[in-house]
Design a binder for this molecule. Structure first.
Ligand code: FAD
Length: 280
């Protein structure tokens, strides 16, 4: 049976908070294996992320993971944070580099006060406490990486450092994900690589985000949304059909777990999960 998990972000306004806390019970009822809350680059949402995680822990019985990024944060601060999270019984961390601020360039110079790579961060977290650690993976290669092969080697280092699973950047063509699994297998990477799927709530906004992440928008996807700019109900139907098809195909191919980037909305994600529950 295919299990699933949900990602949320900490709300930035009262309106966004209402959206999150009203979507949560509906999503929680689907009984995900775990839920995660994102973290602003450089720690910009540290308090808001922690508050969101704590409230979710209180309001649902579902395990919650907190995302953490290491760029621009000294090791001693990350260590204190790791201890604090462990004490608060937040034992699953999605460990990430974070996006590069304008003040830094990649690769980082070595500095004993800062982690250089995510694999070092994973090691650092595990040296404090036996956390469950998830990391990011990029089936279309991370934009900063010179090649898919180099990026796969970086992923293997994160897994060898102790990550329990990798969660992918979103993609719309499942064959890209299957090919990535094959390439990972070729270099001896056996850690589970969970597909991350993005329900399309706003096609234009999604395209901007996809351009930043270097996620391919297939022509067929453009065609499906063409002419639906002012027809939100029709666009939602199309988005539903696309997510359902992706999920069904992954499930038929025995993919054991799917991660959904919910964008704090229950629409679209819930229907795809219900289909998974009914036809595992
Ligand atoms: P890394 O694995 O650190 O890779 C970044 C680059 O470094 C790649 O080019 C890689 O090939 C290279 N590299 C890594 N290790 C080595 C090494 N040992 N030697 C040489 N090169 C190496 N961002 C946020 O700010 N907050 C979030 O909450 C957040 N959540 C995310 C959740 C998921 C599931 C994903 C996939 C991404 C998320 N991001 C988040 C975005 C992420 O922070 C950015 O994509 C970031 O640029 C890369 O972080 P990473 O740890 O995944 O990549």
């Amino acid at each position: 049976m295919t299990t699933f998990s949900f990602e949320f972000f900490p709300p930035k306004s009262d309106k966004m908070a209402d959206q999150l806390w009203s979507a949560l019970p509906t999503l929680a009822k689907c009984n995900p294996a775990f839920m995660t809350v994102t973290y602003g680059a450089g720690g910009s949402t540290r308090e808001a992320t922690l508050e969101t995680v704590m409230r979710m822990q209180k309001e649902t019985k579902i395990p919650i993971a907190m995302h953490l990024t290491y760029l621009s944060t000294p090791i001693h601060t990350l260590n204190q944070l790791a201890d604090d999270l462990w004490e608060k019984e937040i034992t699953h961390i999605v460990a990430l580099r974070g996006d590069m601020p304008d003040t830094l360039s990649w690769p980082l110079d070595t500095d004993q006060n800062y982690f250089q790579y995510t694999s070092d961060f994973v090691e650092g977290l595990l040296s404090r406490h036996p956390f469950e650690i998830s990391v990011g993976a990029y089936p279309e290669k991370h934009p900063d990486s010179p090649s898919l092969q180099a990026d796969l080697i970086a992923l293997k280092k994160k897994c060898d450092a102790g990550a329990t699973r990798a969660i992918t950047q979103f993609f719309f063509d499942n064959s890209i994900y299957y090919k990535f699994l094959e390439e990972a297998q070729k270099i001896g990477l056996s850690t589970p690589i969970v597909p991350g799927l993005l329900p399309i709530h706003d096609f234009t906004a999604m395209k901007k985000f996809a351009a930043r992440c270097h996620t391919t928008i297939p022509n067929w996807l453009e065609d499906k949304f063409s002419g639906l700019e002012d027809k939100p109900e029709d666009a939602q139907k199309v988005a539903q059909e696309i997510l359902n098809t992706q999920v069904e195909c992954l499930s038929k191919n025995d993919v054991p777990h799917i991660h959904f980037y919910t964008l704090n909305k229950s629409q679209i994600t819930v229907e795809s999960c219900q289909k998974l529950i009914k036809h595992p």
